[in-house]
Design a protein around this ligand. Sequence first.
Ligand code: IPM
Ligand code: MN
Length: 341
Amino acid sequence: MTDASLQVLQTVAAQHGLGLSIKEYPMGGAAIDATGVPLPDETLTGCLASDAVLLGAVGGPRWDHLKGAQRPEAGLLGLRKGLGTYANLRPVTVPKALTRLSPLRPERVEGVDLLIVRELTGGIYFGKPRQEGRESASDTMVYSRKEVERIARVAAEWAVKRGSRLSSVDKANVLASSRLWRRTVEELMRKDFPNIEFDQLYVDNAAMQIVRSPRQFDVILTGNLFGDILSDLAATLPGSLGVLPSASIGEGVGLFEPVHGSAPDLAGSGSANPVGMILSVAMMLDHLGESEAAASVRSGVGSALNDGFLTADLAHDLPAVGTREMTEAICKRAAIPADVN
Ligand code: IPM
Ligand code: MN
């Protein structure tokens, strides 16, 4: 995925005259194998000194026996926390070419365009205490007013730029942290964003609504765990997790990674879908202020899909192409000026 996305990045950088300086650092399983820890200091320092960080996916059966802080996933959480990327943006759209391939009815998913804004550096992923015994184990879900307010502000500002609608998702009928979440978001919206159409849903209901009538949503604001779950669920709309990108932003350097995991069953097969990570490159370019280059990446992806290039996750009974062929199809089309595409 990383190679594919760098190939596309290099193509559009050349086309738009952007200088690139790319450094690679190990992280996750690769870092565990090389250094014994999932996030070496050198990796975090290198990332902090960059303009942006592009990341593949972490985890795999090879490291599944490891506990807590030694796991590849702990490296990812450490990187997110270390970069202060508290806002994870996960846009979900259904490209025209995929409408009829979706597991949901085409008329239901046509025109879907929603943005999940997931809180990324708090909640149950980071709460203390956490204990892992043989007979019992526990995690703690904590949110502070400040944490909720800053992520809610990001989501509301996106709603202003998009369709002016915001849905906040929690479990306030059961969880104390969700009641704080709900109160805080409500106050912020009333005070600073009175013109945004605003509603609050319980997460179980939100899961059903995303499948039942996804077009009702514009921006979905939610916590770390619920956002993780709902973004995989939302991948049923375009039909594959393989096409969803994400951007994590916050205090400084942004982190750009696909929504999907490392798919160990596909590793080395050359058949995985690179689109999620390639569209993460587009989000990175946008964030860096290179919107024309970002548009080239997106138009390359859109044209490749329109021209019938589909990886196995999308193709079903249609003929499928591999990762390399998909990437080449995207590069070729990204290099054509958008207005000719
Ligand atoms: C994601 C992933 C990660 C998460 C894992 C790999 C720790 O599922 O980015 O959605 O849960 O945040
Ligand atoms: Mn996930």
